[in-house]
Design a protein around this ligand. Structure first.
Ligand code: NAP
Length: 285
């Protein structure tokens, strides 16, 4: 580090378990950028002051995580189409003191399907969850899908998300509560199942929302959880021969997109992927 080192980082609460520093610092090292990526634990009541600090200290870019993705919007000068559509920001660019908000989860999920050569056009998609990540995913995929069924433990949130989708886009979407019956009905002819809930995440690795008997061999099962890399849902989907995608690609793709926004150059995505895998598994890939 020198007096010229530029600062980037993540604001959220908590941020201790984030792998973003490893991913971005690996990218900086690979390209030879004189920058460092840090985490900043910011409580809700300090969000405004933190953003004033970003401007005052000349911090060049930030990622934003729980619980600030929505509340941060009121302190920004401009939003991109995606951030405005979703109503949440996960990346900020400080452009000469003006803060611009982006949502790279939107692009991250689309790039993930692209990487796995999965065309979403005319697919019947079942999305579990209606939280922050599910919302970004729903807005990214809804227009391409022939139908989107959103199932959530709290039915009201699924229904509200569908209302928002209908208000802003031309979609064929339905929201319901996440019950065995609803899962059974919607999964019998689904092409793609996406788990965007936290069920199955460390430490509750023995949990899954979908009984194995409801999974189909010709389905794509995408679990956005990356810790563990193979959730119980993905293990059971693999066992029956379904195509499986874990959460690491989306994590890396959203980070790569943020890198592109900050530096306006192609990100070293292979190095970023290796760094993510190493920090999650402790192993070199
Ligand atoms: N791969 C990636 O790049 C990426 C990006 C973002 C997030 N993620 C992962 O995605 C997961 C969700 O993140 P988020 O930011 O969307 O969180 P969030 O906003 O807190 O939403 C959590 C979701 O999980 C549901 N849920 C939680 N516990 C449940 C349970 N016991 N049974 C049924 N549903 C349950 C919630 O349902 P209710 O509405 O009923 O509470 C809600 O839909 C986390 O594991 C996170 O690590 C991955």
């Amino acid at each position: 580090m020198t007096s010229e080192t530029k600062i980037y980082g993540l604001i959220g609460y908590p941020v201790k378990h984030s792998v973003s520093p490893q991913i971005h610092n690996a990218a900086f090292k690979t390209i030879g950028i004189n920058a460092v990526y840090l985490t900043f634990e910011v409580k809700k009541e300090f969000l405004r002051k933190a953003l004033d600090g970003v401007k005052a200290l000349g911090i060049k870019g930030l990622n934003v995580t729980i619980p600030h993705k929505v509340n941060v919007i009121k302190y920004l000068n401009k939003l991109t189409y995606e951030a405005n559509l979703i109503g949440a920001v996960n990346t900020i660019l400080n452009e000469d003191g003006k803060l611009i908000g982006f949502n790279t989860d939107y692009t991250g999920v689309l790039k993930t399907f692209e990487t796995y050569k999965i065309d979403l056009t005319n697919k019947k998609i079942v999305l579990l969850g209606a939280g922050g990540a599910a919302k970004a995913i729903a807005f990214a995929i809804a227009e391409k899908a022939s139908s989107l069924i959103i199932l959530n433990r709290t039915k009201r949130k699924a229904v509200n998300l569908v209302k928002e989708l209908n208000k802003k886009l031309k979609v064929n979407a339905l929201g319901n509560s996440l019950t065995f019956k609803a899962l059974k009905n919607s999964l019998k002819d689904a092409d793609i199942l996406i788990n965007a809930t936290s069920v199955g995440m460390e430490p509750n690795v023995n949990q899954t929302l979908v009984a194995k008997e409801l999974l189909q061999k010709d389905m794509v099962v995408f679990d956005i959880i990356y810790n563990p890399l193979e959730t119980k849902l993905l293990k059971e989907a693999r066992e029956i021969g379904a195509k499986c995608i874990n959460g690491i690609e989306m994590l890396v793709q959203q980070a790569a997109e943020a890198f592109k926004i900050w530096f306006k150059i192609e990100p070293p995505i292979n190095e970023m992927r290796k760094a993510a895998l190493k920090s999650l598994t402790g192993e070199e890939s």
